[in-house]
Design a protein around this ligand. Structure first.
Ligand SMILES: Cc1ncc(COP(=O)(O)O)c(CN[C@](O)(C(=O)O)[C@@H](O)C(=O)O)c1O
Length: 399
């Protein structure tokens, strides 16, 4: 029709486009280390036992009524405890405006739209590099983006001094996007000591910290430990925003379950801010999906199921850590001239290999190995069955 002849094809998503290419490849040797989706040692997706048990308990027990615009209060209350702490004074004082979101993406977008609506002249400082969709989210929210130094290519570690300079030189009261743990795509996190320095400098500059926590539990295997950066900022009195997701750490990917929270001055302000978050949600999707929220509420609301979940998260994190060691050792055994120390030093779901886009293209064309062109390896896709094949291919394209 002539209505849309002006419409251009959208560019392939740098991450989800890799999944499409992988699925289209008929080769029996193909390996997907692209999208951040956990796989077991047989390369299969996993539904956690605690999730299966929760589904058994809720099956057929509830109606299919709408949730409120802010989603499931029970799920949100349990979720806030994971981020702010079981005995958080902020939860007790009802100072947190929080709504169930369409997973982590939805929480980030809802915040970006809230920021645009109520701080229209504000900008957002985004780390280099970051999850590619962060740029899309704040672009479509029409919030001007700035960047701050984060990854140090030479050391394959954190550019702490570059980061601190950018934080210091940003105008007073700037908005910063921070990865709470398990940075995507680099797998590089500030140390606890560095987080304390960052928090102090944010205090001095009166900056706003928005934490995206999409991998709580995947960095150390312990969700409480992985929230350390957030706890440091809270102890220092920052009024922060947080995006939380159950996609990875509860394996609820397609259920789209997450939470956006904003710590306010007092209960009154929290009620006001929540009302505006709901006001943004209503014309966007009206109210969030029911099933995933029921799964989360059932698990976190039952101490035995929550205990099972904590065990299962650690199993996933430990398997990934084991694959880091296996990949590094395989590369070293092949006599690679390069250092692969970063493979085991980096944490969380991703290894930022340092390979060039051209080397990644060769991995795909010659070895049917799929990863994002920035050289990020989703370690969750590495198994004892394919780690040797992967290491050999990486060695061949990098030697
Ligand atoms: C830092 C960060 N924040 C938020 C999300 C959103 O996650 P969800 O909306 O599903 O809760 C991801 C997922 N990023 C990916 O794992 C990835 O980078 O491969 C993948 O799921 C994606 O959507 O790109 C992420 O890496």
């Amino acid at each position: 029709s002539s209505w849309w002849k002006n419409v251009e094809p959208a560019p392939k998503d740098p991450i989800l486009g890799v999944t499409e290419a992988f699925l289209a490849d008929p080769s029996p040797d193909k390996v997907n280390v692209g999208v951040g989706a956990y796989r077991d040692d047989n390369g299969k997706p996993v539904v956690l036992e605690c999730v299966r048990e929760a589904e058994r308990r809720i099956a057929g027990t509830s109606f299919m009524e709408y949730l409120p615009m802010g989603g499931s209060v029970k799920m949100v209350d349990e979720t806030l405890k994971l981020a702010y702490g079981d005995n958080s004074e902020f939860i007790k004082d009802k100072r947190i405006a929080a709504v169930q979101s369409l997973s982590g993406t939805g929480a980030c977008r809802l915040f970006a739209d809230f920021q645009k609506r109520f701080r229209p002249d504000s900008q957002i400082y985004i780390p280099v590099p970051t999850w590619s969709n962060h740029h899309n989210i704040w672009r479509d929210a029409q919030v001007t983006q700035k960047t701050y130094h984060y990854y140090h290519p030479e050391t394959k570690g954190l550019d702490f001094s570059g980061l601190m300079d950018d934080v210091k030189n940003a105008p007073q009261g700037s908005f910063f996007l921070l990865h709470a743990c398990a940075h995507n795509p680099t797998g590089v996190d500030p140390t606890e000591e560095q987080w304390r320095e960052i928090s102090q400098l944010f205090k001095a500059k009166n900056h706003f910290a928005f934490f995206d926590m999409a991998y709580q539990g995947f960095a150390s295997g312990d969700p409480a430990r992985d929230a350390k950066s957030i706890r440091i900022f809270l102890e220092d009195g920052h009024h922060i925003g947080i995006s939380q997701s159950y996609a990875k750490n509860m394996g609820l990917y397609g259920q789209r379950v997450g939470c956006l929270s904003v710590l306010c001055e007092d209960e009154k302000q929290a009620v006001t801010v929540k009302s505006q978050l709901q006001q943004l949600a209503r014309p966007m999707y009206s109210n969030p999906p029911l099933h995933g929220a029921q799964i989360v509420s059932t698990i976190l609301g039952d101490p035995a199921l929550k205990g099972l979940w904590l065990k299962e998260v650690k199993v996933m994190a430990d398997r990934i850590i084991g694959m880091r060691t296996a990949l590094r050792e395989s590369l070293e055994k092949l006599g690679s001239p390069l250092s692969w120390e970063h493979v085991t030093k980096q944490i969380g779901m991703f290894c930022y290999s340092g390979m060039t886009p051209e080397q990644v293209d060769r991995l795909t064309s010659e070895y049917h190995i799929y990863m994002t062109r920035n050289g990020r390896i989703s370690m969750a896709g590495v198994t004892t069955g394919n780690v040797g094949y992967l290491a050999n291919a990486i060695h061949e394209v990098t030697k």
